[in-house]
Design a protein around this ligand. Sequence first.
Ligand SMILES: [Zn+2]
Length: 141
Amino acid sequence: MFWSKDVGGKSDCPECGARLESEHHTYVMAIREDGDIQPFVVGNDAGYFCAECPVVVLDYEAFTKFAIFGLGRKSHGQFTVLGLVDLSAIPEEKSGIPLGEDGNPIPLVQFANLQRHPAGDRSRARSRKNQKRSRQKRKRK
Ligand SMILES: [Zn+2]
């Protein structure tokens, strides 16, 4: 996961140079407010996915606006995006239960570079592959 402000835009993949495409997804943000960290689930199309590799570039400006909206005030404080929600992983019979309620945990797909694995590069590569596979599964539906 990269921020658009760090990689100079959201049109080309910072790792392989292929074109990025905007997709609608649901994200879990973490916003720090007065020392408390608030989770905030938001659906938007501010994520730009590489067609060739598992890179996603997030529109920093757009997520800043969502962070401000999430806190309901003018400044956004500190925030990050933990990952995206795999809506296809939610069983149909649970679709009426709000996400995160008892019995319907949020199926969070963490961004690979936010995960901490002591094993290092090998496990990082594996989790990136898994992430790509779950995206493809969702597309087929
Ligand atoms: Zn790429």
